[in-house]
Ligand binder design. Structure first.
Ligand SMILES: Nc1ncnc2c1ncn2[C@@H]1O[C@H](COP(=O)(O)OP(=O)(O)OP(=O)(O)O)[C@@H](O)[C@H]1O
Ligand SMILES: [Mg+2]
Length: 171
C-alpha cells in the first residue's frame, strides 16, 4: 500500500543551522537510500552534504562535485555517492555515464540538481528543497518511502519541534 508523503519544514537562519540539519540526517541514513537536494544556486546543498558526510565519520575534505559530477566516500562498509548534475545538458548523460549502477542496496546517494537527470534517475526516498529566505534559508523535506519517513522522524527529533512544522494542519 502506498504510504502518504510526509512533509516537514525547517528554518535555517544561518550556515550553522544548515550544517546542524546535515549532521542530524546522519543517524537516520540506511543503505539503499536516495536523497535529492533541490534548490537554486547557492541555496546550501553542498553545505548540508558536507556536514552530513563529516558526521558519518569522514575526516578528509568534502569537495563540491560540480566539476567531477560525483565524489565517492567509503565510510565503514557504506558507499556514499555525492552527485551534482548541474552541468548535464540532458538527462540521458546519467545513463551514458553508467551512474545507474551506483544506485544499489549497499549505497547511499546524495544528489544535487536531480532535476537535470529527471527521467533517468531512480526515485528519491527523501527530497530536501532549500529556499533562500532573507539572509537565511528554509528547507522543505518530503519523505516518499518508509525509509525516507524514518529518516525524517530522526531528523525531526534531532532538530526539535520548535524549528519544524510537520504536515501543517489546514487553516
Ligand atoms: N542557512 C543558511 N543561511 C545563510 N547562508 C547559508 C545557509 N546555508 C548555507 N549558506 C551559505 O550559502 C553558500 C552557498 O552554499 P552551497 O555551496 O552549499 O550551495 P549549493 O546549493 O551547493 O550551490 P550550487 O547549486 O552552486 O551547488 C555558502 O556560502 C554557505 O555558507
Ligand atoms: Mg553545490
Amino acid at each position: 500500500m502506498h504510504s502518504p508523503d510526509v512533509t516537514a519544514v525547517f528554518e535555517l537562519p544561518d550556515e550553522a543551522a544548515t550544517q546542524r540539519l546535515g549532521e542530524s540526517l546522519a543517524p537516520g541514513l540506511q543503505p539503499g537510500m536516495v536523497i535529492f537536494l533541490e534548490g537554486d544556486l547557492g541555496a546550501g546543498k553542498t553545505t548540508l552534504s558536507r556536514a552530513l558526510i563529516r558526521a558519518l565519520g569522514h575526516a578528509g575534505p568534502v569537495k563540491s562535485p560540480t566539476y567531477s559530477l560525483v565524489e565517492v566516500y567509503v565510510i565503514s562498509s557504506l558507499y556514499l555517492y555525492h552527485f551534482d548534475f548541474y552541468r548535464f545538458e540532458s538527462p540521458e548523460e546519467f545513463l551514458d555515464a553508467g551512474f545507474d549502477e551506483y544506485f544499489n542496496d549497499a549505497s547511499v546517494c546524495l544528489v544535487e540538481w536531480p532535476e537535470r537527470a529527471q527521467g533517468s534517475l531512480p526515485p528519491a526516498d527523501l527530497r530536501l528543497r532549500l529556499y533562500h529566505a532573507g539572509v537565511g534559508r528554509v528547507l522543505e523535506a518530503v519523505a516518499n518511502t518508509p525509509k525516507g519517513q524514518e529518516c525524517l522522524s530522526v531528523l525531526n527529533r534531532a532538530m526539535g519541534a520548535a524549528s519544524s512544522s510537520v504536515t501543517p494542519a489546514p487553516r
